[in-house]
Design a binder for this molecule. Structure first.
Ligand SMILES: C[S@@+](CC[C@H](N)C(=O)[O-])C[C@H]1O[C@@H](n2cnc3c(N)ncnc32)[C@H](O)[C@@H]1O
Length: 262
């Protein structure tokens, strides 16, 4: 899995991401940022800021700080509020000098990074000693009947496998024990990881609209010929229309991590 494939994917889905996931994830991004003491911070970066929903909240938490949004994908970054400094940057090779940041926040990013130890070492390098780190990562997923139907229909139409899975570090970042070790190995101390609930209930129409654009199944149906893709969507819509509203609930657990640079 290459970083370029992650960038290509987010370049394609930037607008839909902003419409679907940004608001849903922002709740958790704000909650983990609230765990940091940023009152005295002078420079705070969100690495993997996407459309930048968290940046104004970071500015409220850190009123004396320059708040910087950094992201691998220019199309995502372009949607972030222009009053903040924005920089195209790969977490695995950050364009910041050593020890210049008082805090780095990374909600819903670490699982995407192919070389997780390199990214965490980079974040540690750019933080001042005693600087703060916070992240949110996916952990467990509850049963999701609508998604199961969606996958079954796509399998029935023999869509090829996902050409570019997007979560190369998920095995580590979804496991509190492994994630703690990775943070400690990168030079972080006072690592705190809590398991929190995630809950999102789209309507059937929202589920179908977003699932055609974002995610592994969207990448799979895009590989079908146009007529087969259209038939697949009609079949999916028909089957999904028979489900109860609860079948569309996406829920599970996320990990909130905070740590201090040694
Ligand atoms: C799921 S979105 C999260 C965006 C934002 N943090 C939020 O909570 O809404 C993941 C973001 O991480 C970015 N990203 C993925 N790999 C990255 C990397 N190696 N360095 C920097 N950003 C990366 C993507 O471009 C995308 O904008």
């Amino acid at each position: 899995m290459s970083t370029a494939a992650i960038r290509d994917n987010y370049s394609r889905v930037a607008t839909t991401y902003d419409g679907k996931w940004a608001d849903v994830l922002a709740v958790h991004a704000r909650a983990v940022a609230d765990r940091l003491s940023l009152g005295e911070a002078r420079r705070v970066a969100e690495v993997g800021c996407g459309p930048g929903r968290l940046l104004s909240h970071l500015a409220e938490l850190a009123p004396q700080a320059e708040v910087i949004g950094a992201d691998l994908t220019e199309a995502m970054l372009r949607q972030a509020p222009a009053q903040f400094a924005r920089v195209v940057a790969d977490a695995q090779a950050l364009p910041f000098r050593a020890g210049v940041l008082d805090a780095v926040v990374m909600p819903f990013v670490l699982f995407h990074v192919p070389d997780l130890p390199a990214a965490l070492a980079e974040v540690r390098r750019t933080l001042v000693a005693g600087g703060s780190f916070a992240a949110v990562t996916w952990s467990g997923h509850d049963p999701h009947p609508a998604y199961d139907v969606w996958v079954r229909v796509i399998n029935d139409f023999r869509a090829p496998p996902d050409p570019s899975p997007q979560m190369p570090s998920n095995d580590t970042t979804s496991d509190p024990v492994e994630l703690r070790i990775a943070l400690q190995d990168a030079g972080f101390v006072s690592v705190e990881i809590t398991v929190e609930r995630f809950h999102h209930q789209p309507t059937a129409a929202e589920f179908l609209a977003h699932s055609q654009v974002i995610g592994a199944m969207a990448r799979r149906i895009d590989l079908l010929p146009a007529d087969r893709r259209a038939e697949c969507l009609v079949a999916a819509e028909r089957e999904l229309s028979g489900l109860a509203p609860e079948a569309f609930v996406e829920s599970g657990t996320v990990l909130y991590s905070t740590a201090v640079a040694s």
